[in-house]
Structure formats: structure tokens, C-alpha cells
Design a protein around this ligand. Structure first.
Ligand SMILES: [Zn+2]
Length: 284
């Protein structure tokens, strides 16, 4: 699937999928609570020799009229070292695209899971520093409050620790913008509440001229979620809501013929409605 298209345009706005790397997951965590025989036919073509599903981490770079915007920041080096998996490579992907981290004017954070915010800060001899020191960073207020509240379920405690490590320095630098509701955060770039995966999960809507694109973030965790929109994961904090949000966003994408991108999709594409579910057409 590495031949997926990695660049597309929305009106006059160029967008580029950036490769942070690939992590492998147990099928039962991505499609939780379902018997193996039910998910088998969809999952069997995806798994590697170890029976795990490779899942890409794909931040999106947007050449927006007001400056360069980056949606999500990759896993970062700490998670890469801990997992031993080939992730945390966003800085190299940005450099390969000819972009310096200082050139990023806007960082949009879909939510605060480690694979999306781990690239926000880094630690060197001088301590922890921001990777995107000149950017305004946008996250949903509910998401920030959830992960920094100190009232996280025990299972998520480590993720809360990671969220605090990365988000609080951005907040202390005066660069964190907490947003609520549906909002245009820069010309042609809007955020849409998309709860379920996490309480303050957001999708990003791009508009240029009469054309649209939507970055679904983790409202889908892979192409399988188009044909099986009601399969939810062990990572969704509210699984019923996650499925409702997914259908809502995909219906909007179909209605407006928006290009669809997602953090865990191999590349951009178009969605169609098909027999109570969706059909996925990768861009070619
Ligand atoms: Zn994710």
C-alpha cells in the first residue's frame, strides 16, 4: 500500500501527507469486542507474519493562505524508543518536504493521544523544548481539560502523563489556543467537534474555492472502517459515540464531495455511500 498518493490539492491549497512511521496493532484492539470469525475476512489481508495490523501515522501538511499548517505531530522519539517501532520520523519527513520546523505557523491537534502529540516537544541537554516554537497550537478545550484534569481512568494514566508532558509546555509558552465548538481557526481551515474516540477529538475541514477536504483524524482507524463503520476500537473512550461521529463526518464528506484524509489511512481518497456503509476510493 506504500504506493498511495501522498499529495493532493483542495482548490488552490496544496496538502501533503507526511510519514511519521508505522506501528503494529493487535486486530482485537482495533476492532474490539467482536468474535475473530466476524472480523477475520476483513482483517486477514491486512495482518503481517506476526498476526498484527500495520497502521501508518500520517500527519498532514497544509500550505494554507495564512501560512504552513501541520495537523498532528507524530509519535515523537520517546514513544519510538519505548515501542521499538519505526515511528517518530515526522522531523525527517518535514525536512524531505523542504520545510523547517520554524516555518510551521499553525499546529492543529486532533486529540491528545500519544501518537498525535508525542512530536510536540523534545528533550535535549537543555531540557524540554517545543519542536514548533513559532506556531500557534490549537486543541479542543474539552480535550485539554480531560487529559490534564487528574481524573483519568487508571488504564489511561500513562497517556495522561504523556499529554501533560507535551501540552503543558506549549500552554506555558503562551502558544496553546483552546477552542470550543465548530470554528474557523484560520482562513479556509475549520475545526469540527468529533467526540467518541476521545472526549475532545476534532476533525479538520479545509475549504478553497468550491472544493473541500476533511481530515478525519481517528474518526476512522483504517480503511476497514469505511466498509465496517460500526466497528470500534479499544482506544475509543465512548465507542457508541465514536461510531455515530464517524457516520456523521462521512455523510458530510459524501454530501460535499470532500477529499478525505485520516491519520491512520494510507493515503487520501473519496468516500461513497454504499448499502448502509461506505466505499473507499483512494486517490490515484
Ligand atoms: Zn491515533
Amino acid at each position: 500500500m506504500s504506493e498511495a498518493v501522498q499529495a493532493f490539492t483542495v482548490g488552490s491549497v496544496e496538502c501533503r501527507v507526511l510519514a511519521d512511521g508505522v506501528m503494529t496493532y493487535e486486530p482485537g484492539s482495533l476492532y474490539a469486542g467482536l468474535p475473530p470469525e466476524e472480523i477475520g475476512p476483513a482483517v486477514r489481508p491486512l495482518v503481517n507474519d506476526q498476526g498484527l495490523v500495520p497502521v501508518p501515522y500520517h500527519p498532514l501538511l497544509v500550505h494554507a493562505p495564512a501560512g504552513l499548517a501541520l495537523i498532528d505531530t507524530g509519535a515523537g522519539l520517546a514513544l519510538a524508543e519505548e515501542s521499538g517501532e519505526p515511528v517518530g520520523r515526522l522531523p525527517q519527513a518535514l525536512a524531505a518536504a523542504g520545510v523547517a520546523v520554524e516555518d510551521i505557523a499553525l499546529v492543529l491537534l486532533s486529540h491528545a493521544h500519544p501518537d498525535h502529540i508525542g512530536g510536540l516537544t523534545t528533550v535535549d541537554g537543555a531540557g524540554r523544548r517545543l519542536v514548533f516554537p513559532r506556531a500557534r497550537h490549537v486543541i479542543c478545550r474539552a480535550e485539554y481539560q480531560y487529559w490534564t484534569s487528574g481524573q483519568i481512568p487508571a488504564d489511561y494514566a500513562w497517556m495522561s502523563e504523556v499529554a501533560r508532558q507535551h501540552l503543558i509546555p506549549v500552554e506555558q509558552a503562551g502558544l496553546l489556543d483552546l477552542v470550543e465548538g465548530e470554528k474557523e481557526v484560520a482562513p479556509g481551515i475549520g475545526v469540527i467537534p468529533a467526540p467518541g474516540h476521545t472526549p475532545g477529538h476534532m476533525a479538520i475541514w479545509l475549504t478553497s474555492g468550491s472544493q473541500h477536504a476533511i481530515f478525519l483524524a481517528d474518526a476512522v482507524l483504517g480503511e476497514t472502517n469505511f466498509t465496517h463503520p460500526d466497528w470500534t476500537s479499544a482506544f475509543d473512550t465512548d465507542r457508541a459515540q465514536a461510531a455515530r461521529t464517524r457516520r456523521h463526518l462521512l455523510d458530510a464528506a459524501v454530501r460535499d464531495t470532500a477529499i478525505v484524509a485520516g491519520y491512520h489511512l494510507w493515503g487520501p481518497g473519496m468516500a461513497e455511500r454504499h448499502a448502509g456503509a461506505y466505499y473507499w476510493n483512494p486517490l490515484r
